[in-house]
Design a protein around this ligand. Structure first.
Ligand code: SF4
Ligand code: SF4
Ligand code: SF4
Length: 230
C-alpha cells in the first residue's frame, strides 16, 4: 500500500472534528504522523475505543487504551452561544475549524448545530464566557465526518488565499516604497554651500562690523579735529 492511500484510509477512520486533542493541528496532520509512525493510535478522544480498534486493525498494531493525556471519550457535544451576552467580537468565528458559527463584527453570533463538530475550540477565546458545550443528543456519523472534512479544507483554502493576497499587497507596497525612494535618490542634488562661500548670516555680521568700524573712524576724526566752530 502506498503511503498516500494509507493516509487516506487512516483519515477516513478519524472523526474529522478537527479538535486538536490528539496534539496535532487537525485530523490530517495526526493521520500523517501515524503514517510516519511518529504517533500512537490512542490519541483521538472523539474517535474513542472504536476508532482505536479500527486503527489497530488497519496498521496491524496492538490495541491500546485511550491516552488520558488527550482527554476522555465523551458523547458528542454542540456549542451554544448565549446570544444575550455575546458582544460580537468574532473571536469564536476565527477559532472554529469548520465555519459552524454565523455572525459578523459587533453582531450577536450563533452556532449551526448541524455543522458543529463539538470540538470546543471556540470556548476558550470567548472574552465574556458566553459559549457553553451541551449534549448534542445525536451521534456523529460518517456523513458528518465527510462534511466536516470538506468544510475544514474549504476554510484552509480560503485562509491560504487571504494570506497570499495579503502577502502580495505587502510586496506591492514595499515595491512602491522602494520605487519612490529611488525616484527621490535620482533627483538632482540641490547646490550645497562650499567651504569658501559665506552664508547670509556671515555677510550680515560683516556688514554690521564694517558699519561700526566706519562709525568709530568718523568719531575718531571728529575728536582729532576738535569741536566744530559755530
Ligand atoms: S478528531 Fe480531534 S483528536 Fe481526533 S484526530 Fe481529529 S483532531 Fe485529532
Ligand atoms: S462552533 Fe465551536 S465547538 Fe462547534 S465546531 Fe465551531 S469551534 Fe467547534
Ligand atoms: S467569542 Fe463570545 S462574545 Fe465574541 S462573538 Fe463569539 S460568542 Fe460572541
Amino acid at each position: 500500500m502506498t503511503s498516500k492511500s494509507l493516509l487516506q484510509k487512516i483519515d477516513a477512520i478519524l472523526p474529522q472534528t478537527q479538535c486538536t486533542k490528539c496534539g496535532y493541528d487537525g485530523c490530517k496532520p495526526y493521520a500523517q504522523a501515524l503514517v510516519q509512525q511518529e504517533a500512537s493510535i490512542n490519541r483521538c478522544p472523539p474517535g474513542g475505543s472504536q476508532g482505536i480498534q479500527q486503527l489497530a486493525t488497519l496498521l496491524q498494531v496492538p490495541v491500546l487504551p485511550l491516552d488520558p493525556e488527550c482527554g476522555p471519550e465523551i458523547p458528542l457535544q454542540v456549542a451554544v452561544i448565549d446570544e444575550a451576552h455575546c458582544i460580537g467580537c468574532t473571536l469564536c468565528i476565527r477559532a472554529c475549524p469548520v465555519d459552524a458559527i454565523i455572525g459578523a463584527n459587533k453582531f450577536m453570533h450563533t452556532v449551526d448545530p448541524q455543522l458543529c463538530t463539538g470540538c470546543d475550540l471556540c470556548v476558550a477565546p470567548c472574552p465574556v464566557d458566553c459559549i457553553s458545550m451541551v449534549d448534542a443528543n445525536r451521534t456523529w456519523t460518517t456523513a458528518d465526518a465527510n462534511a466536516a472534512r470538506d468544510r475544514h479544507e474549504q476554510r484552509a483554502a480560503r485562509l491560504l488565499k487571504l494570506s497570499l493576497q495579503e502577502e502580495a499587497r505587502l510586496n506591492q507596497k514595499s515595491i512602491q516604497t522602494a520605487t519612490h525612494s529611488e525616484e527621490l535618490a535620482s533627483l538632482p542634488t540641490p547646490p550645497q554651500p562650499s567651504g569658501n562661500e559665506k552664508t547670509a548670516e556671515q555677510l550680515k555680521k560683516e556688514a554690521i562690523a564694517l558699519a561700526l568700524q566706519r562709525a568709530r573712524e568718523r568719531r575718531q576724526q571728529g575728536i582729532k579735529k576738535g569741536p566744530a566752530t559755530p
